[in-house]
Structure formats: structure tokens, C-alpha cells
Design a protein around this ligand. Structure first.
Ligand SMILES: NC(=O)c1ccc[n+]([C@@H]2O[C@H](COP(=O)([O-])OP(=O)(O)OC[C@H]3O[C@@H](n4cnc5c(N)ncnc54)[C@H](OP(=O)(O)O)[C@@H]3O)[C@@H](O)[C@H]2O)c1
Length: 310
């Protein structure tokens, strides 16, 4: 009998890639994917017999039915609606816990966490992961927490600025030769799928938590070289110094979250609270995808979109 696995929110980056990896397995499990808006489920998922999109919202506590699930993958989503991040994370984790308590079938809970999530302060937005891990540890027989590095795909937006008349890209990784731990979403999906398919097999500890890294770290200078390799253009690096991080993130998210993002980023840079544990090899899992492959794929996707092929 195939396993029944619930993924929520299924529209998260990690949720989407894990579903992709599960469906590509030779014996795919049955997947219940919870979306706030089920029309966002990709057609290559909805066309698969083992995939079912279900409407649900983890913060509003709707549609969280795990009664037929052997395993649940929960990715705590961030919010930008003005709610305090710790409060938002606590509310969602309590909703997940209550839904798990209503189901006696769930054996394994996989949580997407983050390096540094064990700290109760000084980690900015990762407070969502801190409260999630605390509230959900011990909630079912097998709890696994995967702590990935920075998602490599985040640099895909730099492909646009490299197209500017004077090519440039913005990097918050300082100093410019400091290598930050990163991992591709493809590797995140594969490792999370493997953890879910291992439901019922014993864990080295409970909860079992491990860092997920890519094959190597990348500095601002390394990213510049990769962008040049992919596009043929050498961008100037606009380095965002630590004291300018809040202002930088403030261009993309409301001020309250920009401050949290700045604190989280500074904690990952040399001298920061999380930095020492980021390179920890002990018990870590390494993916194999390099940044150049991720950005080549993103660039090819952009080209196809521009030519109207998508
Ligand atoms: N990004 C990284 O580099 C990274 C690295 C390590 C760990 N993490 C962890 O990964 C987790 C996800 O972070 P992310 O920034 O990468 O987010 P993300 O995967 O981009 O997820 C955001 C999506 O979640 C969905 N969502 C939000 N609130 C929801 C709700 N109440 N109910 C249902 N769906 C909801 C939204 O999709 P719709 O609008 O389509 O509903 C939204 O697009 C966080 O816990 C983060 O700490 C991230």
C-alpha cells in the first residue's frame, strides 16, 4: 500500500519541490496537497493520479484534516500582513498540533526548519521556526526537522539586473569573500521526499534534526562569477553592508519585517549568532546541485517566457 502524505502549505517553494520529487518516485505515495487557493496547483501535479489538491489555510485553521495521513510535511510560511512573526508562527503551529491530535494515523511529521532555530532571540524572522519546532516536537511518534541553507534560487532575480545597461547585482553577503551556506530547492525536495518515504523506519534520535547544505558555500564574488558564466556579462557587485540591511529589505517588505530580515541575515554573517553552526558537518546532509546549474535553469526559463514558449 502506498503511503498517504500531506504537504502544507503546498504552494511554498519547499512544498512544491518535495511534491515534485515524491511524484517522480518509482512508487509514488498518495499526496494530499493543501493550498489556500487550489487553482495554484501546477498542471503537471493535478494530472497525476496520486495527487489531490485540497483547500486549506494553516493560519485560519481551515481544511487541516490529517485523518488519512501516514506522514505530514509542514513548512511554516512567513507573513507580511502586519502580524508579529512569533505570534503568527505560534498560532499556525498550534493549529497543526491540534490537527495532529485529532488523527491517530500520522506517524511522522517532517518540519522545514532553519539553522539557528534553536535560539529564542537574535534570529529575526526565524522566530517562526523556533516556536514551530518547540510546539511540535513530540507531537507524533517520529518528528524530523530539516534545516536547509539559503535557497540558491533566490539569486535568480539577479539575472534581471545583470541585463541592465551597466550590469550589476546586489549582495547582502559580506565581506565579499565570505562563503554562505546554500542549497538548491531540487536538493531540498529530494531530501524531504526521502525523509517522508522513510516513515515508520526508526530515527537516530527523536526529534531528529539535521542541516541540509549544497556541495559548497558561495561568496558575493563567487556569485558574480556564476552570473558571468551563465549570462556572459560580468556584473558589478553592489554590496549591502550590515548597517544598511534593514533599508535594503525595506524596499521589498514592510518595515517591521525588514528589521527581522536584517537581524536574521546579520546572524548568518561572520561574527553572527548562527554563523558558527552553518558549516557544521556533523550529521549534515549535502545535496549535489551547484549554483551554476540552478541559474542556468532559471535563465533558460526566462528566455522561454520572453519568447512566449511558456
Ligand atoms: N527561503 C530560504 O532561503 C529558506 C532557507 C531555509 C529555511 N527556510 C524556511 O522555509 C520556510 C518558508 O519560507 P519561504 O520564505 O521560502 O516561503 P515560501 O516557500 O516562499 O512560502 C510562501 C508561500 O506560503 C503560502 N502561504 C502563506 N501563508 C499561508 C497560509 N496561512 N496558509 C496556506 N498557505 C500559506 C503562500 O502561498 P499562496 O499565496 O499561494 O497561498 C506563499 O506564497 C520558512 O519557515 C523559512 O524560515 C527558508
Amino acid at each position: 500500500m502506498p503511503l498517504n502524505i500531506t504537504v502544507l502549505p503546498a504552494s511554498t517553494q519547499a512544498g512544491r519541490e518535495t511534491i515534485r520529487a515524491l511524484l517522480a518516485n518509482k512508487d509514488p505515495p498518495n499526496i494530499q496537497a493543501i493550498y489556500r487557493d487550489t487553482s495554484k496547483a501546477p498542471s503537471d501535479f493535478t494530472s497525476h493520479d496520486n495527487f489531490k489538491a485540497v483547500k486549506g489555510d494553516v493560519s485560519a485553521d481551515t481544511g487541516l484534516d490529517f485523518s488519512d495521513s501516514d506522514a505530514v510535511f509542514y513548512i511554516p510560511p512567513p507573513t507580511y500582513d502586519g502580524t508579529d512573526s512569533t505570534e503568527h508562527g505560534t498560532n499556525m503551529a498550534n493549529n497543526i498540533k491540534a490537527a495532529l491530535q485529532k488523527s491517530s494515523k500520522v506517524k511522522r511529521l517532517l518540519i522545514l526548519s532553519a539553522m539557528g532555530a534553536q535560539h529564542d532571540k537574535g534570529i529575526g524572522m526565524l522566530s517562526i521556526n523556533h516556536v514551530t519546532d518547540k510546539i511540535l516536537e513530540g507531537s507524533v511518534a517520529e518528528v524530523v526537522m530539516v534545516k536547509p541553507g539559503f535557497f540558491m534560487e533566490s539569486w535568480a532575480s539577479s539575472l534581471e539586473t545583470v541585463e541592465a545597461e551597466e550590469p550589476y547585482y546586489e549582495s547582502f553577503i559580506t565581506p565579499e569573500d565570505h562563503k554562505l551556506v546554500m542549497v538548491s530547492l531540487d536538493d531540498v525536495g529530494k531530501v524531504c521526499a526521502e525523509q517522508l518515504l522513510n516513515t515508520g523506519n526508526s530515527l537516530p534520535s527523536n526529534p531528529h534534526s539535521f542541516n541540509l547544505l549544497g556541495p559548497q558555500g558561495y561568496s558575493a564574488v563567487d556569485i558574480q562569477a556564476v552570473l558571468e558564466e551563465v549570462t556572459g556579462k560580468k556584473p558589478k557587485i553592489k554590496l549591502i553592508q550590515p548597517e544598511k540591511l534593514s533599508e535594503f529589505f525595506g524596499q521589498h517588505v514592510p518595515e517591521q519585517y525588514a528589521t527581522e530580515m536584517a537581524e536574521m541575515t546579520a546572524a548568518c554573517l561572520p561574527g553572527g549568532l548562527i554563523a558558527p553552526e552553518m558549516e557544521k558537518e556533523d550529521g549534515s546532509v549535502r545535496g549535489s546541485t551547484e549554483l551554476v546549474d540552478v541559474l542556468r535553469k532559471a535563465a533558460a526559463g526566462e528566455k522561454r517566457e520572453r519568447s512566449g514558449a511558456l
